[in-house]
Design a protein around this ligand. Structure first.
Ligand code: COA
Ligand code: NAP
Length: 261
């Protein structure tokens, strides 16, 4: 399908992993795509990858904690292609640490990247996004709903993103702008899972938490993102869509297995 021909898509944190997959998926359907992240080498590599798909692409080496840098990147994107149709906020940082061992600055760094960063991205995008049919999509996580050991920073930050999503959906509905989020479960072959499951046993433990009994793929997330931002979802706003094989349902998975279901 070519649902996004001529559309302008801005993906914060879009230079690797799940977010780059989303950027490539939009490009694959004809969108012009801007990506942003801290590292210049990541930006250059991802822009080159996007251009091989045959669309125009550009990128910015900016930290989502830098509001002025974000604003300038969005203005530059608009000067190049015109108003933004879709903004994706997916930059995140994560590591495993017990709360008792975590410094205040460690907690703050993840909250600042994930939660404040998402506010910054959407706030800076707003003047360029404010038109009927435009869409904002936040990337949250199953941890926003499921308390998860060694993840107090990410649980708190992602829960905040869910409320940012719902609040902005209300505030921006009058302008015809939809605001939604995707909450991935554990996604195979990503930096996130390399950090959260550094051993085979840990990876198996995460998989065992998924009722559908497999890790997710980037394609699972791409399909949800393309649908949620499309006109097929034009009556959907303020939703946090779990794409997690049922993980966010909670502890029933182990019981189902024990009962040989
Ligand atoms: N365990 C405990 N604390 C840690 C830590 C770890 N593994 N890694 C970093 N910290 C602490 C640091 O010690 C520091 O706290 P301090 O000042 O009290 O010593 C604080 O976190 C900030 O670290 P810093 O390296 O300055 O943060 P940063 O903003 O440069 O980087 C991170 C943010 C730490 C999240 C970094 O890992 C990152 O950039 N990650 C991006 C990629 C990623 O996480 N991908 C997965 C997404 S799901
Ligand atoms: P990833 O490959 O590490 O992607 C993170 C991206 O964000 C990178 O492009 C990184 O590039 C950028 N980034 C990090 N900090 C930034 C900052 N301060 N400012 C700007 N950009 C920044 O991780 P991933 O595993 O694919 O995760 C992507 C998203 O999915 C995250 O929101 C994550 O929370 C969510 N998620 C992942 C999983 C999973 O299983 N992996 C599960 C649930 C949710 P730079 O290093 O160049 O800045």
């Amino acid at each position: 399908m070519r649902r996004y021909v001529g559309k302008v898509v801005f993906v914060a944190g879009g230079t690797s992993g799940i977010n780059l997959g989303i950027a490539e998926a939009f490009a694959g359907e004809g969108a012009k795509v801007a990506v942003l992240s801290r590292r210049q080498d990541n930006v250059e590599t991802s822009v080159a990858r996007l251009r091989t798909i045959g669309v125009d692409a550009c990128g910015f080496a900016v930290d989502v904690r830098n509001y002025d840098g974000l604003s300038a990147s969005l203005e530059s994107t608009v000067a190049r292609w015109g108003p933004v149709d879709i903004v994706v906020s997916g930059a995140a940082g994560n590591f495993m640490s017990a709360a008792a061992d975590m410094s205040a600055n460690a907690f703050k760094s993840v909250v600042d990247i994930d939660l404040l960063g998402t506010f910054n991205v959407l706030r800076a995008a707003w003047p360029h996004l404010r038109k009927p049919g435009a869409v904002a999509l936040n990337i949250t996580a199953a941890q926003s709903w499921l308390p998860t050991p060694l993840q107090i920073h990410a649980c708190a930050a992602k829960a905040g993103i869910d409320q940012v999503t719902r609040t902005l959906a209300l505030e921006w509905s009058g302008a015809g702008v939809r605001v939604n989020a995707i909450a991935p479960g554990p996604i195979a072959n990503t930096e996130g899972m390399r950090r959260l499951a550094p051993t085979e046993a840990a990876l198996q433990a995460w998989t065992d938490c998924v009722p559908l009994r497999r890790l997710g793929t980037r394609e699972d997330i791409n399909r949800a993102a393309l649908w949620l931002c499309s006109d097929d979802a034009s009556y959907i706003t303020g939703v946090v869509l779990s794409v997690d094989g049922g993980m966010s349902l909670g502890g029933s998975s182990a019981i189902a297995r024990a009962m040989s279901l």
